[in-house]
Each structure stands twice: as C-alpha cells, then as structure tokens.
Write a protein that binds this ligand. Structure first.
Ligand code: UGA
Length: 353
C-alpha cells in the first residue's frame, strides 16, 4: 500500500514512520510543517513533503488521491492551547480534519483518524472507558478546556454518520497518553503550561527545576509505550476489514497512576539512571495558575482495551520500563542544559503534532 501520514513530523507520526520503514511492507509519504523529529529517519520507501494542511490544499488533495490509505494525526494536542487559543484548536482539530475526511470521501480512500482519550471527558471516574458504551461527560462551556475534546468527539460523530451513509471507510484510534522518545519538546525551568507532563518533568530533572503537580497531582493517567502504539497501528493495518468503521482505544490500563506517583517514579528512575538523586523539588500549583483560566481535568480514564485485544494486540511495556527507556534517551541527548532553549524554541513552532 501507499500510506499517507498527515502530521508525520510529530511525536506519534515520527515513530509511525520509523515503524513503517522498519517493516518494509508499504510505501509511506509523510506531510508536516516540520521534519525536525524526522531527522535521521530515512528509508528508500519513505518520502517527506513539507506542507500545511491549512494552506497547501492542492498538495493535500493530490497526496490523498495518490494514497491507498490516509492516516490523519493532525491536531493541537496541548492542553495549554485549549484555554489560550480555543478557536485555533477548533479550527485545526475539527474544521481542517473534516476537510481531510471530505477529501478521503472524494477520492474513496480509507481513513485512519487519530482522535483522543479526551473524548471521554470526565467519564472514567468509576469504570474503564469503553469505545461503544461509555457516556462522555464534559465540563460547562465556560471551561474552554473541553473545546478540544468536543471538537475531536464531533469529528468522530461526523465520521460515524458518513460511515452509516456509506460515504467513507474509517477507523478511529483513541490514543491514551503515549510516551517515548521525542514526545513534544523540552521547556526552560520557569515555564508553565507548554507541553505534556513527561517533557515538563523531564525538563525539570535536567535543569534541577521544580516538578509541578497540577492540583496536587491527584488525577490518574494510563501511559502507553510508543512501541506498543506502533504495534497497535500495525494490528489495524493487518485487520482493515475487521476495523472498518470502528473505534479503538489504544492504551494500557495496567499503567494507570496518579500524576504524583508518576513524578515519584520519574525521580526514582532519574536517580537510578544518573547515579545521583535529583535536585528537583516537587511543588504544587493550581490548574488555573498553570494552564490559565478555564482549565479543568478528568480524574480517571483508564482504557478498556478489549476491542484491540480481540484483534490480537496487547501492550507489552510496563510503566517502569517505558520511563527507563524514554528517560535514558533524554539523558543522553539533552544532557547539556543549553539544549533546552534550542529544543523549546524550535519545537514551539511545530504547530502540528
Ligand atoms: C493530553 C492531550 O490533551 C490529549 O489530547 C492527549 O490524548 C493526551 O495528552 C495524550 O498524551 O494522550 P493530558 O492527558 O491532560 O492530555 O496530558 P498531559 O498534558 O500530559 O497532562 C497529564 C496530567 O498531568 C494532567 O492532569 C496535567 O494537569 C498534569 N500535569 C501536566 C502536571 O501535573 N504537571 C505538569 O508539569 C504538566
């Protein structure tokens, strides 16, 4: 197959491309505004195209026409943006992705749409979150955090409706806190908001700055090794019939911890890997002070992975191993604090993840 990966330059995309190159089964074309995370990743059957889906419509149309299968990873997936730039989040995550879905319909191409675990909102407080039975619960409109989740959910609903009408063949993936090399970008010690929790804590450990627990670090997240995410993607590629017009959670319920526990694990792993205790203090900060007004969070959202399991996929990496491998890579690559400004500066412009 000729697989088009939109958003190939982001964290998930760059690992997906590495995976496709390693497997040597398919040709891959990756489009993104930046190839920073793809540096050093090359293969005879992979081609990178620099482009922005918001502007380079003709290029995107042509690439979709030539593809057999389209993977759409394009999103702002950065919680600080949900409160600081809610309209940009809506525009990219819903409007632009809808355009891509429409092009897939026009050219009759299979679409693998990456959505988000956020579509469960605050639903997972009691049980595992299941794709086809769990009710989603969101905070009020005055809490802009939920614009991301509802934009993603609306896109899922529109795809579902088009699927029922016979207009499109799709598979929706809901990623649950993937973790691995190249996730987001590192930040200077004083930075609040910004990327996801791992790069914040890793940056703190590299600089001796504080690990900040938002609202006491009481909420839970279930983290998944990026290699397990690649294996899930491969399982979907191998089961295109069984996954047609279906939604799949991709996550690891066994790796469900509070953010406070996650910080502790990172501190312990840092000590193990570096041979000395970290100088970083653990401090608390409110969600509004960290992200801005209108931030809210769900407490728990462990995934039910029964549907992926039925296809033969199971996650293999526990959280300790995932953190050990990921942190070892950061310690090697970013050992010098001078890299932090560079990393924050360059990747801060990488709008498409
Ligand atoms: C983000 C995106 O919003 C989701 O779309 C995406 O699916 C998800 O990442 C993911 O990686 O799958 P979230 O789970 O909130 O969602 O990811 P983080 O930004 O990593 O935050 C996790 C938790 O850590 C939140 O409770 C946050 O408040 C907390 N946090 C974050 C801290 O306590 N300290 C920090 O320095 C950063």
């Amino acid at each position: 197959m000729n697989i088009l990966v939109l958003g190939a330059g982001g964290f998930i995309g760059s690992h997906m491309i590495e995976h496709l190159i390693r497997r040597r089964e398919h040709d891959a074309v990756g489009l993104d505004v930046t190839d920073e995370k793809l540096r050093g990743i090359s293969g005879r059957r992979f081609r990178f195209v620099r482009g922005d889906v918001r502007r380079d419509r003709a290029t995107v149309d042509r690439l979709i026409q030539k593809a057999d299968l389209v993977v759409d990873l394009i999103a702002y997936a950065n919680p600080s943006m949900y409160v600081s730039s809610p309209l940009d989040v809506f525009e990219l995550n819903f409007m632009q992705n809808l355009e891509i879905a429409r092009l897939c319909m026009k050219h009759e191409k299979r679409l693998i749409q990456y959505s988000s675990a956020e579509v469960y909102g605050k639903a997972g407080n009691e049980d595992l979150c299941s794709e086809d039975t769990t009710n989603s619960t969101f905070g009020p409109v005055t809490k802009p955090r939920w614009i991301y989740a509802t934009a993603k959910l609306l896109l899922e609903r529109v795809l579902h409706a088009h699927g029922l009408a016979g207009d499109v063949e799709y598979t929706i993936v809901r990623p649950f806190n993937f973790l691995g090399r190249r996730i987001d970008y590192l930040v200077p010690a004083w930075a609040v908001a910004g990327p996801r929790v791992f790069p914040h804590f890793m940056s703190a450990l590299l600089t001796g700055g504080p690990l900040r627990l938002v609202d006491g670090g009481r909420v839970h997240r279930a983290f998944l090794h990026i290699e397990d995410a690649n294996a899930a993607f491969q399982t979907i590629l191998d089961n295109l019939d069984a996954t047609r017009n279906e939604i799949f959670n991709v996550g690891n319920p066994a790796n469900n911890v509070t953010i406070r526990e996650f910080a502790r694990l990172m501190l312990d792993t840092f000590e193990d890997l570096s041979g000395h205790p970290s100088a970083s203090p653990v401090v608390e900060i409110s969600g509004e002070d960290f992200y801005g007004r209108g931030y809210e969070d769900g407490d728990r959202r462990p995934p039910d992975i029964g549907k992926m399991h039925a296809l033969g996929w199971s996650p293999r990496y526990d959280l300790r191993t995932t953190l050990r491998e990921t942190m070892a890579w950061y310690l090697e690559v970013y050992a010098k604090p001078a890299h932090l400004d560079e990393a924050a500066g360059v990747s801060g412009q990488a709008a498409i993840a």
